[in-house]
Design a protein around this ligand. Structure first.
Ligand SMILES: Nc1ncnc2c1ncn2[C@@H]1O[C@@H]2COP(=O)(O)O[C@H]3[C@@H](O)[C@H](n4cnc5c(N)ncnc54)O[C@@H]3COP(=O)(O)O[C@H]2[C@H]1O
Ligand SMILES: Nc1ncnc2c1ncn2[C@@H]1O[C@@H]2COP(=O)(O)O[C@H]3[C@@H](O)[C@H](n4cnc5c(N)ncnc54)O[C@@H]3COP(=O)(O)O[C@H]2[C@H]1O
Lengths: 141, 141
């Protein structure tokens, strides 16, 4: 059954490992977080604490939204606020041994999903691109 | 052959039609474009001209990058520059009757792909989410 191969792929084989993932620290001011996002070119990245535990994700969108004042953008606010007040903490999480099928379900609504172990230590991320490349490979064999 | 159904789906069946796609006009100042992106919540949208022809795409990332000065972010620049100087014009384009397979290839490297007709009139967009939902449907039948 051709589907078997695809369905037996695990998150571990498709994820980007932690050491290759750009991230920000939970205590950083928003201005620093925005700089990291602009320099790495990513629209959103994981947020970790000093012990490398996963705390949430933060996006350019969420940061810019903070600057939306009544009349115009108020960018000075960025140096006054921290990542922890703006980050998203309710995020889906995958484990290394989760199936392709579970990963696919999660990326339908999320450009990327964080991978962590049972202690909450950050392992990496699973991206839509990885799922799409795997699908493309599978359709061409 | 189960793959047949998937491969016979066309862009037309999966795309978001033009009237449901947020966009900006080629002559808008960057400050206006950023406001549209922040209010609609999208990280990037198509750029059209007054005749509804597709001109390119513009992202929050590209706009924010313009504000990156030597020492800090210089947001006043946003009212001084227009969409046409910052938009991406080298973009992949799909046609309504293109195959699922061609669409899949394009979304591997692009979160969304613009759909246009031979005259360059904007028809809609094909998103990664649409491809992933179709894959999920196919794996569950
Ligand atoms: N430096 C680069 N080189 C080549 N292509 C690039 C790129 N930056 C972005 N892209 C392309 O643009 C897509 C959307 O990137 P975005 O930053 O919005 O959204 C990204 C970003 O939020 C996050 N992400 C991906 N790789 C990351 C990394 N190494 N570190 C941190 N976050 C990452 O996962 C989301 C989905 O990534 P995905 O690969 O599916 O999809 C990526 C990829 O196809
Ligand atoms: N208002 C909303 N409601 C529900 N979910 C939302 C949402 N806004 C964003 N998302 C989710 O976040 C993903 C990334 O959105 P993003 O704005 O970065 O990237 C989007 C955006 O740049 C563009 N896009 C999608 N729908 C659009 C629309 N109606 N008008 C203009 N651009 C659109 O296509 C990209 C990929 O979209 P995709 O659907 O694959 O993936 C979307 C979707 O899964």
């Amino acid at each position: 059954v051709p589907n078997d191969e695809l369905l037996h792929t695990t998150v571990n084989e498709l994820m980007i490992p932690a050491d290759k993932v750009a991230h920000v620290q939970v205590g950083n001011p928003l201005e620093h977080a925005l700089l990291v996002l602009v320099k790495t070119g990513y629209s959103a990245v994981p947020v970790l604490d000093a012990a490398f535990k996963l705390k949430g994700t933060i996006s350019k969108a969420a940061i810019i939204e903070q600057t939306l004042g009544i009349e115009q953008f108020e960018f000075n606010k960025l140096s006054e606020m921290c990542v922890n007040t703006v980050m998203k903490t309710e995020i889906p999480i995958l484990h290394r041994d989760d199936s392709f099928e579970k990963a696919l379900k999660y990326v339908i609504d999320n450009p990327f999903v964080c991978v962590a172990d049972e202690e909450g230590s950050f392992d990496g991320i699973l991206t839509r691109r990885a799922i799409l490349k795997q699908l493309n490979r599978y359709l061409h064999t």
